[in-house]
Ligand binder design. Structure first.
Ligand code: TYD
Length: 351
C-alpha cells in the first residue's frame, strides 16, 4: 500500500509512519507536514534511515490550495490525516488557527483525495467531539451525539461533519477514527503526561487544573496506531470507529502515580484555577472496532507508562530543547491575562 500521511511529523502521525513502515515491508509513505511547533524533525531523521526508499517527505501545509493539482500526478491508495492543532489550552487562546488547520485544512484534503482518484480518506479524530460525559453515564459509542465544548473539540467535530458530508454528497470513501487521550515517547510537553514528567524531572511545580478529579481515558500511542491501521485496512467506508483502551482515571491519580514512579514528592502538585469549559470526563466504548475489525490494545497503562517514563528519562535533551521556557512564558503572557488563574508556584517556575 502506498499512502499519503498528512501531519506525519506530529506525535501520533510519526508513530503511525514508523508502525506502518515496520509492519509492511512493501508499504510506502509520503509524509506531508507543515513542521509547526509540535513537529518532530528528530523523528524524521529516524524515518529516513528506517526505510529511505519507501519514505519521502514534503514540506507543505494541508490548507495549501495547490495540493489538489499536485496529487493528480501521484498514485496513492489512501490519505490518512493526522495534521491538526491539538492542544485545548492553545485553542482557548487562539481559536482561529484551529479553524484554519482543523476545519479548512480537512475540507481542502477532502478535495485533494477526490482529485487524487477518490482514494480512501481516513480522518483521525478524537473522543473530545462527544463533549463531557456525566459520571454515571456509560462510555460514548459512535452514535453518541456530538457536543463539543472547547474550540479544539468544536473544530474536530466540524471536520468530522465535513468528512461525513463528503461521503454522502460525493460518494467519497471516508473513515473516521475517534480515540482517547494518547501518551508515549515524543509527545510535546504541553499535554498533561509529558508536561508532568518533564516538570517532575526538573523538580518544578505541576499545575493541576481545578480539583484534579477530571477523568481521562488513556491509551498508549502505538495501540492507537494499530487501531488506525485496522480501520485503514479493513474499515467499512462511511463508518466511524472509536478506539480506546478502557483506561479511565482521574487526573490527580495519574499525576500521583507518575510522581511515585519517578521517586518525586507529591508536594510538587500545585492546584491552579480551572480551564474554561473544562470537560469533566471522557470515556469511550470501543466494542465496534474490537468486534468488527478484531483490534484490541496490547499495552496496559502500567506497561505504556513504563516505556514512556524510560524514554523521557533517556531523552531529557529532546524535551528540554523543544520546550525551553516557552511554555511558561506563553502561559504567563496569555493564560493569566485572560483567565487570571496562575498560582504563585507557577509564577515562580516561569520567572
Ligand atoms: P491535556 O493533556 O491537555 O488533554 P485534553 O485536555 O485534551 O484531555 O489534559 C489532560 C487533562 O489534564 C485535562 O483534564 C486537563 C488536565 N491538565 C492539568 O490539570 N494540568 C495541565 O498542566 C495540563 C496540560 C492538563
Amino acid at each position: 500500500m502506498n499512502i499519503l500521511v498528512t501531519g506525519g511529523c506530529g506525535f501520533i502521525g510519526s508513530h503511525f509512519i514508523e508502525y506502518f513502515l515496520s509492519t509492511y515491508p512493501e508499504g510506502k509513505v509520503t509524509n506531508l507536514d507543515a513542521l509547526t511547533y509540535a513537529a518532530h524533525p528528530d523523528m524524521l531523521k529516524h524515518l529516513d534511515t528506517l526505510a529511505p526508499d519507501r519514505y519521502s517527505f514534503i514540506h507543505k501545509d494541508i490548507t495549501d490550495p495547490t495540493l489538489k493539482n499536485w496529487i493528480k500526478n501521484t498514485k496513492f491508495d489512501a490519505l490518512i490525516n493526522f495534521a491538526a492543532e491539538t492542544h485545548v489550552d492553545r485553542s482557548i487562546l487562539d481559536p482561529d488557527s484551529f479553524v484554519r488547520t482543523n476545519i479548512m485544512g480537512v475540507q481542502n484534503l477532502l478535495t485533494v483525495a477526490r482529485e487524487g482518484g477518490n482514494i480512501r480518506f481516513v480522518q483521525v479524530s478524537t473522543d473530545e467531539v462527544y463533549g463531557s460525559l456525566k459520571s454515571d453515564s456509560p462510555p460514548c459509542i459512535e452514535t453518541t451525539p456530538l457536543d463539543p465544548n472547547s474550540p479544539y473539540a468544536a473544530s474536530k467535530a466540524s471536520a468530522d461533519l465535513l468528512v461525513l458530508a463528503s461521503a454522502r454528497t460525493y460518494n467519497q470513501p471516508v473513515l473516521i477514527t475517534r480515540c482517547t487521550n494518547n501518551y508515549g515517547p515524543f509527545q510535546f510537553p504541553e499535554k498533561l503526561l509529558p508536561l508532568l514528567i518533564a516538570n517532575a524531572l526538573e523538580n518544578t511545580a505541576i499545575p493541576v487544573y481545578g480539583d484534579g478529579k477530571q477523568v481521562r481515558d488513556w491509551i498508549y500511542v502505538v495501540d492507537h496506531c494499530r487501531g488506525i491501521d485496522a480501520v485503514l485496512q479493513k474499515g467499512i467506508s462511511g463508518e466511524i470507529y472509536n478506539i480506546s483502551s478502557s483506561g479511565e482515571a482521574p487526573n490527580i491519580e495519574v499525576i500521583k502515580k507518575v510522581l511515585t514512579l519517578l521517586g518525586k514528592p507529591h508536594s510538587l502538585i500545585s492546584f491552579v484555577g480551572d480551564r474554561p469549559a473544562h470537560d469533566r470526563r471522557y470515556g469511550l466504548n470501543s466494542s465496534k472496532i474490537r468486534k468488527e475489525l478484531g483490534w484490541s490494545p496490547l499495552f496496559s497503562f502500567e506497561e505504556g507508562l513504563k516505556i514512556t517514563l524510560d524514554w523521557y528519562l533517556k531523552n531529557t535533551e529532546w524535551w528540554k530543547k523543544v520546550r525551553g521556557k516557552d511554555y511558561f512564558k506563553y502561559y504567563q503572557a496569555n493564560y493569566e491575562k485572560k483567565f487570571g488563574s496562575l498560582t504563585s508556584a507557577m509564577k515562580e517556575v516561569s520567572s
